[in-house]
Design a binder for this molecule. Structure first.
Ligand code: PAF
Length: 286
């Protein structure tokens, strides 16, 4: 496995080998969710690159950029075992050289849901993902469905800018009790960790109603809120959304593919999760 910290080194190494290339962009501190992306990408491509870069541009001024968990040695061990060909792990100056002032604005989609609570977040995500695509030039790139809005922003950017990268969304990996895996789960105290699966239970409550035919957006959002409000360790609910995909505008009635999603705050952790409501998954839809 080659580890490269500069664009020039990565690109020189890439030119020495031919074959299709998959990219798994990460911010490191890898968990089983990342490994699910890596394993699928390993199967689907001749060559596999994983990037590790904690991107300062997607963190707000009061967010956890400095505290974000990092463990490069452990990450590299895990990736070696997955037979990754290239790790691209640039420093901040390599990705944002002095004077860097070119940004990708993801438009309205970037201002909804997560974007409304984390202004500028998706501008940072879209910009770094575009840069990674330019540097690595993958055929396919793999993202976790847990960050459902991120997948939508990246897909739209790729389509609008004609980037020619296939975006693969990989189902969310969960703990046995339903909590979606996230590098930020380390912020939870044992008591908060025990209460955290309420987020998934809340989403399931909406999904259950929807699968029984409920189509009223407010009723579905209400079902999510009831479960969240029964959980005292949830200090704040940033949003509960039932939105159409891929545009993620809030729905009065769910008449097509949709995503139910939430963000809540528990102590130092902010948990996000979602479920896709896909009419094609309903019995009798085929
Ligand atoms: O999902 C993440 O880990 C990040 O947002 C990404 C896609 C690596 C961009 O920094």
């Amino acid at each position: 496995m080659d580890v490269h910290t500069t664009v020039a080194d990565f690109q020189a190494a890439r030119r020495r080998r031919s074959g299709s290339l998959g990219l798994v962009p990460t911010m490191g501190y890898l968990h089983r969710g990342h490994l699910a992306l890596v394993r699928l990408a390993r199967e689907e491509n001749d060559l596999l690159a994983v990037s590790i870069f904690v991107n300062p541009a997607q963190f707000g001024p009061s967010e956890d950029y400095e505290a974000y968990p990092r463990d490069m040695d452990r990450d590299l061990d895990l990736l070696r075992r997955e037979r990754v060909d290239y790790v691209f792990a640039p420093g901040v100056e390599e990705m944002y050289p002095p004077g860097h002032d070119t940004w990708i604005d993801p438009g309205d989609l970037g201002t909804r849901l997560e974007g409304a609570h984390r202004p500028g977040h998706f501008r940072g995500v879209a910009t770094v993902v575009a840069k990674l695509f330019n540097v690595v030039a993958p055929d396919r790139a793999y993202f976790g469905q847990k960050d459902g809005q991120q997948v939508a922003v990246v897909r739209r950017m790729v389509s609008h800018l004609g980037m020619g990268v296939d975006i693969v969304a990989v189902p969310t990996v969960r703990e046995e009790d339903g909590l979606a895996l996230s590098s930020r789960n380390v912020y939870l105290t044992p008591e908060q960790r025990e209460a955290a699966p309420a987020v998934f239970r809340a989403l399931l409550a909406a999904e259950r109603l929807w699968s029984r035919g409920e189509r009223d957006g407010d009723v579905l959002r209400g079902a999510v809120r009831i479960v969240l409000e029964e959980t005292p360790l949830i200090e704040a609910v940033d949003y509960v959304s039932v939105a159409g995909t891929p545009g993620l505008a809030e729905l009065d009635r769910v008449t097509g593919p949709a995503m139910v999603s939430v963000a809540v705050r528990m102590g130092r952790a902010r948990l996000i999760d979602n479920l896709v409501l896909d009419p094609a998954s309903l019995p009798g839809s085929h």
